[in-house]
Design a protein around this ligand. Structure first.
Ligand SMILES: [Zn+2]
Length: 431
């Protein structure tokens, strides 16, 4: 093989790793020193020494003022963003500061905070990837641990929450999701005003305390701005909204109201299907479950044909289905007065029917009539599909995470993915 002599490109300096490091992240009071490659059990590692710039004085971690150097601690490694499948460490001996105000303290360094082993830049790097892939995948790809990825996300979320802007918050959605196996719930609140839809807060369970803690995390100023709030009919939520967001128009949103019908129709269909079979009738309801539960527009061609066929029969299920479809039209009304009349007429009719599960829904609707009619007062201020849309996104994140290990992890992953949180401005984009 022919060797290229160094002098073959006169005037072109050889690229040093320090030059690249200074290009991606430069520190004012520190310089990159000697670098070497180490062969470790789990692969190669690039180790770069960092030293204070000549005559720079260390900064006290107590008060932030510059002091004089007292002594230096043992060497510490800080993991940096990997390159070419090589892990990268910055190695530095922290100085202790002789501070006039605080006594002897450890200095502040710009690439890391506290006792962290990962540099701040690397934590942002991992957190960015954790939004695109599952946390275990991120850990495997970058040869780090799941816990490091989790802490990186934690850090990103904490920073984002502290720096986000809530000044434009005017409409809020309250939702709940079941997570993990069994009946464990999370309470979620969304910003559903305008284009910037985002998840605002998450709390464990679905009690009054859950929603209170969500609202408290936003602060009083933000809550006072809220003009519209959407929720389902869950009593603890209704109580807290009346107490904490009393000045806002409270709307029971379409998504959550219509959700109540799903269970009712399913119950009627299951019972009727069993009865038809027992009495020796044709099993017309077989495999029709989704035809009744899905909105007509979302049915497959096969389901549309099936539904059209079933609708020809005078069945209890069909009657319940048609009653629900009438309520779909309810949301199209312009005037709250006419919408109210429709609701009264409709609930009256259902109450005279013998469809017990539907009567239950009608009673619920009747007892929440003013909040449901608020829908028309909030028209145009909140988007009809906002809560449902965010609810679907929450489910996607849950699925990507293969279920969450703890409520804390669930909270982090959801806020990280759907919180639309700000990030610090950087001069170089690492990923
Ligand atoms: Zn100090």
């Amino acid at each position: 093989m022919m060797e290229v002599p160094a002098s073959s490109h006169p005037g072109v300096p050889r690229m040093r790793i320090q030059t690249i490091l200074n290009r991606v992240e430069k520190f004012k009071s520190f310089v990159y020193g000697a670098a070497h490659l180490e062969e470790r059990a789990d692969g190669p590692a690039l180790v770069v020494r960092v030293r204070p710039r000549n005559s720079s004085r260390p900064q006290c971690s107590g008060c932030g003022r510059l002091g004089s150097a007292y002594d230096r601690l043992e060497e510490r490694s800080f993991e940096f963003v990997p390159v070419w499948g090589i892990v990268v460490f910055l190695v530095y001996r922290m100085r202790r500061v002789d501070c006039k105000g605080c006594g002897v303290t450890v200095e502040v360094v710009p690439w890391c905070d506290g006792k962290n082993q990962l540099t701040t830049t690397y934590r942002w790097f991992l957190a960015t990837w954790a939004r695109r892939l599952s946390w275990s995948e991120v850990a495997a790809i970058f040869r780090t641990s799941w816990n490091s990825v989790c802490r990186a996300v934690d850090h990103a979320v904490e920073w984002g929450l502290a720096h986000r802007d809530l000044s434009g918050l005017t409409a809020m959605g309250v939702d709940e999701i079941a997570w993990s196996r069994g009946h464990r719930y999370l309470t979620l609140i969304y910003d559903i005003g305008g284009a910037a839809r985002r998840l605002l807060a998450v709390a464990e369970k679905r009690t009054e305390a859950s929603l209170r803690s969500c609202l408290e995390s936003l602060g009083e100023t933000a809550c006072k701005q809220v003009k519209y709030v959407c929720s389902d009919m869950w009593k603890p939520y209704l109580n807290v909204i009346a107490e904490k967001l009393g000045a806002a128009v409270h709307v029971l949103d379409r998504f959550h109201v219509m959700q109540k019908f799903g269970k009712a129709i399913d119950e009627i269909r299951a019972e009727e299907s069993k009865r038809l079979k027992r009495d020796g009738y044709e099993p017309v309801l077989k495999r029709s479950r989704w035809c009744f539960l899905k909105r007509p527009a979302n049915l497959t061609d096969k389901q549309t044909v099936k539904l059209a066929e079933v609708l020809k029969y005078n069945l209890r299920t069909v009657r319940a289905y048609l009653l629900r479809e009438e309520v779909q039209r309810f949301w199209e009304y312009k005037s709250p007065a006419w919408a109210g009349k429709f609701l009264d007429e409709w609930t009256g009719r259902v109450m005279r029917s013998r469809l017990e599960p539907m009567k239950k829904v009608a009673r619920t609707i009747r007892s929440h009539r003013p909040l449901i009619l608020n829908w028309f007062r909030a028209r145009g201020q909140i988007s009809a599909g906002a809560v449902e849309g965010l609810n679907n996104k929450v489910k996607l994140v849950t699925r990507k995470s293969y279920g969450f290990r703890t409520a804390h992890v669930a909270k982090l992953a959801l806020l990280h993915n759907l919180g639309n949180l700000p990030e610090p401005k950087r001069t170089h984009r690492f990923c």
